[in-house]
Design a binder for this molecule. Sequence first.
Ligand code: DX5
Ligand code: ZN
Length: 224
Amino acid sequence: MTSPILIAPSILAADFANLGEEVRAICEGGADWVHVDIMDGHFVPNISFGPIVLNAIRPVTDKVMDVHLMISPVDIYVDDFAKAGADTITIHAEAGPHAHRTLQKIKALGKKAGIVLNPATPASVVDPLLDDIDIILVMTVNPGFGGQKFITTMEPKIAQLRAMIGNRNIDLEIDGGVTVETAPICARAGANVLVAGSAVFKGDDYAANIKAIREAAEQAANAR
Ligand code: DX5
Ligand code: ZN
């Protein structure tokens, strides 16, 4: 059975002067998860925002707040993001030596825990973690900025991870350069959650953008 494709618009591409309205618009427009990119200017060469902003948008929707932490160190901030309203917290495998410890901490806070792989990180790093995670997030750009080009050579890694997941209940999420054109590559390889920033927050019909990405992905998933 093919699991449905979930669309997670990244609010990094939203109009920050109207953030609450932007979150409402994507949620009313069919977003499944709200993807929240946290950057520290240290692990990645850009700074976004912290828990106070997550806390401000939390009352806007009951949908899943999918918090992608591009920060190092990470452990000391996990509590803050859980309290601010995260439903999922994903951490980078490259962010420090203690990914397993951090994942345990996230689970102990009652949140879904995920591991993120940069483009240069092999699928094999998640092997020892497979029974302890809810999400694997594959970066299809180098993290730090929205609007970059999808790295197509990530396709075999996505397929490899889908095979490694087997019948475990783990979401396989893709982040970076996802558009109507690249969503089918992800879905064909076995991804079931697609993050999209610039491809959703363009023009003024976010619902149509979300629908187009979802339909392109579902078509490819069904043809698998
Ligand atoms: C990149 C972020 C992504 C980014 C996606 O570091 O993790 O979530 O905002 O933006 P697009 O879809 O524009 O590549
Ligand atoms: Zn992200």
